[in-house]
Design a protein around this ligand. Structure first.
Ligand SMILES: [Zn+2]
Length: 109
């Protein structure tokens, strides 16, 4: 259900942008999805195929790039890949990336 809601947002955005640009076909959509988002790319594609049927984005391929989780340490200010700071051991670090869900690029015809 989660993927269905995301699929609907992606479809709406893709159709809006392509239409605004005077395009009549969306062939691929590049997405950036944070690794902390619980998202199944094949499930998303399956839902998308279903809800995009009959639209200008019918048959578009979703290409998902996962973005890694990123933190910033509240103690020393250094970036850290984990909740406990690598350089100084401070915790908890502040989450600054890894939950994004972005439409990065559309391929249109
Ligand atoms: Zn630190």
């Amino acid at each position: 259900m989660h993927e269905l809601a995301i699929g609907k947002s992606i479809l709406r955005l893709a159709v809006d942008r392509a239409t605004a640009a005077g395009r009549t076909r969306v062939t691929a959509i590049d997405l950036v999805v944070g690794e902390l988002r619980n998202l199944e790319a094949p499930t998303l594609q399956r839902y998308f195929d279903h809800i995009s049927a009959g639209s200008i984005a019918e048959g578009a391929v979703l290409r998902v790039t996962r973005a890694p989780a990123r933190f910033t340490c509240a103690t020393c200010g250094e970036p850290s890949p984990a909740i406990v700071c690598g350089p100084c051991g401070g915790a908890p670090c502040t989450l600054v990336g890894g939950r994004e869900m972005l439409v990065e690029r559309l391929e249109v015809a």
